[in-house]
Write a protein that binds this ligand. Structure first.
Ligand SMILES: *Cc1c(COP(=O)(O)O)cnc(C)c1O
Length: 413
């Protein structure tokens, strides 16, 4: 076995025994025999979620019917969840609301940000960003006279911060490489150039402490189905800094839930004061109920302990796999530049990941050649990380990934 590990499985078991977060594992319903390293794509199911969602369906909807809008607090839910989520992203309670999807929320905040910088027409984005962010920016700039999106890499940003830049949109953690950007430093430089900063925190919310307020971020968007474990299609969130809310920003998806008096059914639009003007439609209450359960778990977890364990798990995995044949560690080694995932480049990454999945080690693949492994400290143990690394070594050494069935591609990778 060519595992060049300095850490033994016994040492990992000792780390598990001393892990202050170990008890959180029981909060999640993971199937036996699975080592789940894809919580950065779809978080695991919290054990209390099925019962809570069933209660909303059977009692609040089935029995209480329309009365639940008031009696079960449905109408207030996007705000209540926003207030509960705020501490996880370093925001004030009035600066966050839960609604729609990340893409739709980016459409809204980017439109609002462009309108706050009249005369400036460039949106800077990262050419390697999660593509939906780029597609949405294309859509928004296509609607504004003279506006355009310019794609640069984050390290080239400063050279492009000229007097035409209205807004910069960046992901706090790169979805492919797992690189963590310097949120306060970049935000300060963007604002010094007169532009506004939008952060996409899809891959950092729930994975590490995010400090939007301390960094002075203008806007942010993020999802709840990755590290926040709220289930497929669960609603996203958006953040608007208090100073912008006070100025009454406008956004074009002016649906009735953002109206000052939705139940007055007036023909003209008048935006709600505060974060509510960023709402558009009826909340998706089943997904919101699942988020409520996740936040019950998160409210008992210490983000500093989560970050410490995440770094220890990713350090461990990197040290166990870095010398494997044909494997290149793409994720930055420095803690300050690493999110909660490890990306490994391998020319045959796709079939290697499929062979791992067949062994019960679930990671995923991002074209053209990256194997992604997400590390979720609330439900992952050191021993599982050790076992996952051993499986990867065995898959590569045995060549079992060459079996034809592992090269067949599904719709979702
Ligand atoms: C997962 C993810 C999204 C998801 O967008 P949806 O509209 O919620 O499907 C957007 N941006 C980034 C960076 C992501 O990682």
């Amino acid at each position: 076995m060519t595992l060049t590990t300095r850490t033994t499985r016994e040492e990992c078991a000792a780390l598990d025994a001393a892990d202050p977060l170990a008890a959180f594992r029981e909060e999640f319903a993971l199937p036996p025999g699975v080592i789940y390293l894809d919580g950065n794509s779809l978080g695991a199911l919290p054990v209390r979620t099925p019962q809570r969602v069933a209660q909303v369906v059977e009692q609040e909807w089935g029995h209480d019917l329309i009365r639940s809008w008031n009696d079960a607090g449905w109408f207030e839910q996007p705000y209540r969840l926003g207030r509960r989520l705020a501490p996880l992203i370093g925001a004030g309670p009035q600066e966050v609301v839960v609604c729609d999807t990340t893409s739709v929320n980016l459409f809204k905040v980017l439109s609002a940000a462009l309108a706050l910088r009249p005369g400036r027409r460039t949106v800077l984005g990262d050419g390697e960003a999660f593509p939906t962010d780029l597609y949405i920016a294309e859509g928004v700039t296509g609607l504004v006279e003279g506006a355009r999106q310019v794609l640069v890499r984050p390290e080239e940003l400063d050279a492009h911060l000229d007097a035409d830049v209205a807004v910069v949109v960046l992901s706090h953690v790169d979805y492919r490489t797992g690189e963590l950007l310097d949120m306060p430093g970049i935000t300060a430089r963007v604002q010094a150039a007169g532009a506004l900063m939008i952060w996409d925190v899809c891959h950092s919310a729930g994975a590490l402490p995010v400090e939007l307020g301390a960094a002075g971020a203008d806007f942010a968007v993020g999802c709840t189905y990755k590290y926040l474990n709220s289930g497929p299609g669960a609603p996203a969130f958006l953040y608007v800094a208090e100073r912008h809310l006070a100025a009454g920003p406008t956004q074009p998806l002016s649906g009735w839930f953002g109206h000052a008096r939705p139940f007055a059914f007036e023909p003209g639009y008048e935006a709600k004061p505060g974060i509510g003007r960023f709402l558009t439609s009826s909340p998706s209450l089943l997904g919101q109920a699942a988020l409520g359960v996740s936040l019950d778990v998160w409210e008992r977890a210490d983000l500093a302990a989560i970050r410490a364990k995440s770094l220890a798990l990713t350090d461990l995995f990197v040290s166990l796999v870095e010398d494997l044949d044909g494997v290149e560690v793409v994720t930055p080694r420095e803690h300050a530049r690493r999110g909660s995932q490890v990306a490994l480049r391998h020319a045959d990454g796709y079939p290697v990941v499929q062979a791992l999945i067949a062994r019960g080690v679930i990671g995923d693949f991002r074209a053209p050649d990256l194997m992604r492994f997400g590390f979720t400290p609330l439900y992952l143990s050191y021993t599982e990380v050790w076992d996952a690394a051993r499986h990867l070594a065995e898959v590569l050494e045995s060549g079992e990934w060459r079996e034809e069935r592992f090269s067949r591609r599904g719709e979702v990778t």
